[in-house]
Design a protein around this ligand. Structure first.
Ligand code: UDP
Length: 380
């Protein structure tokens, strides 16, 4: 019997995302593999999503990412409107076997409250939950609602109520776009790269300071709040500083960005992103938060670039110290490790990624979890 899954990607970005977009990248990678395994996928997203699926549900024409800068009640309004569309669609049909939800607690609570005839829900946790326990206060729905983590460390830190609803974790895979097998090997340059949202938790300020202290070139790639290009941020007035990531960039990171040793190139996508990472001597993750899943970490391995990082969150699960990267709990040591990390083997990183973090593995694991959720199984 064909399994029909409603994949809820939310209203924020199209799938695949135009550039930055962790959750949307995961969905864009997972869905083709699920379909290869015979799963029918109904995608709840925005109309501009181009991912091939069996059916679509959309409320908004385009990604509502810019609305995230608006006041909180307006953000919730967008979220609720999207969800109302999903719930309407679910009430109108009875062929959906399971909802795989990636959005947020608001969505989960609503799906949980749909009543006993609604399909079971598997909600993938994408955040560091220890920071936001209040988001998941009410998980009504009993055995119909289950959650999975994206790393064991994320689940271990999650509030108890969530752990009790958990069916395990699934490590993130490299996106299909990063097709390491078909890529010619790119010559290594001298630079380290930090790929990710510019944000205090991702620690670009620390990376930039160490680059100057130790003397290695560093490229920072990723958006600053809603700004994807340096010229857009430059053109934004002082009001832009209301955004905490913009303020963080101006106050903590920009003083080190001299355009020579340390550069901020904005959001990079596609081939440009892959080449930037593949040609780096190491990817640096100077984390100051407990990284829950780390797509950029496994992407780096897949592109043959070892990882130097703070040993926080899921990093010790993903990186084998001395083989695919170097980890430390000492922030100041990170700078020295950039040099040593460059001596690790690119081929070994690719091999480990091809064994452990493939889209096919991620999809097989999700099919197992779908089965467990549908059978109403308790924790493993
Ligand atoms: N990313 C990108 N361009 C950028 C910065 C990030 O394409 O300039 C992608 C990156 O390759 C990864 C995703 O955005 O696939 C970020 O996901 P991750 O789990 O690393 O971080 P988070 O979800 O916490 O932002």
């Amino acid at each position: 019997m064909t399994l029909t899954v409603l994949m809820n990607a939310g209203p924020w970005l199209s799938v695949p995302p135009p550039g930055y977009g962790g959750i949307e990248n995961v969905i864009a990678t997972l869905v083709p593999e699920l379909r290869r395994l015979g799963v029918r996928v109904v995608l709840a997203s925005v109309e501009s999503s181009t991912l091939p699926v069996d059916e679509r549900i959309s409320v908004f024409p385009d990604g509502q990412f810019p609305a995230l800068q608006r006041p909180y009640n307006q953000v919730c309004g967008v979220s609720q409107a999207h969800l109302a569309g999903v719930v309407r669609a679910l009430h109108a049909r009875d062929d959906v076997d399971l909802v795989h939800d990636h959005v947020e607690a608001v969505g989960l609570a609503t799906l949980a409250a749909m009543g006993p005839d609604a399909p079971p829900v598997l909600h993938t946790l994408h955040w560091d939950l220890a920071k936001h326990p209040e988001l998941y206060g009410n998980l009504d729905g009993g055995d119909r609602v289950r959650v999975n983590g994206v790393s064991a460390s994320q689940l271990a830190r999650a509030p108890r109520a969530l752990r009790e609803h958990s069916v395990g974790h699934v490590h993130l895979s490299t996106p299909l776009a990063v097709d390491a097998d078909r890529r010619p090997a790119v010559a290594k340059g001298d630079h380290a790269v930090i790929l990710g949202r510019i944000n205090p938790g991702k620690g670009q300020d620390l990376g930039a300071r160490l680059a100057h202290r130790v003397g290695f070139p560093l490229v920072l790639a990723g958006p600053v709040g809603p700004y994807h290009r340096p010229e857009d941020l430059a053109a934004a007035g002082d009001e832009a500083r209301q955004n905490p990531d913009v303020r963080f960039f101006h106050e903590q990171v920009a003083p080190y960005v001299d355009g020579e040793l340390v550069r901020w190139v904005g959001t990079v996508a596609g081939q440009e992103r892959d080449d930037l990472v593949a040609s780096a001597r190491v990817s640096l993750f100077p984390l100051r938060w407990e990284e829950p899943g780390g797509t950029a970490v496994v992407e780096s391995l897949s592109l043959g670039t070892p990882v130097v990082a703070t040993a926080r969150g899921c990093l010790p699960e993903l990186i084998e110290h001395g083989r695919t990267g170097l980890l430390t709990t000492d922030e100041e040591e990170l700078g020295e490790l950039v040099r040593a990390g460059g001596r690790l083997e690119a081929g070994e990183c690719r091999r480990v990624a091809a064994e452990r973090f493939t889209p096919a593995r991620m999809a097989e694991r999700y099919v197992e979890l779908y089965d467990r959720v549908r059978r109403g199984a308790a924790r493993p």
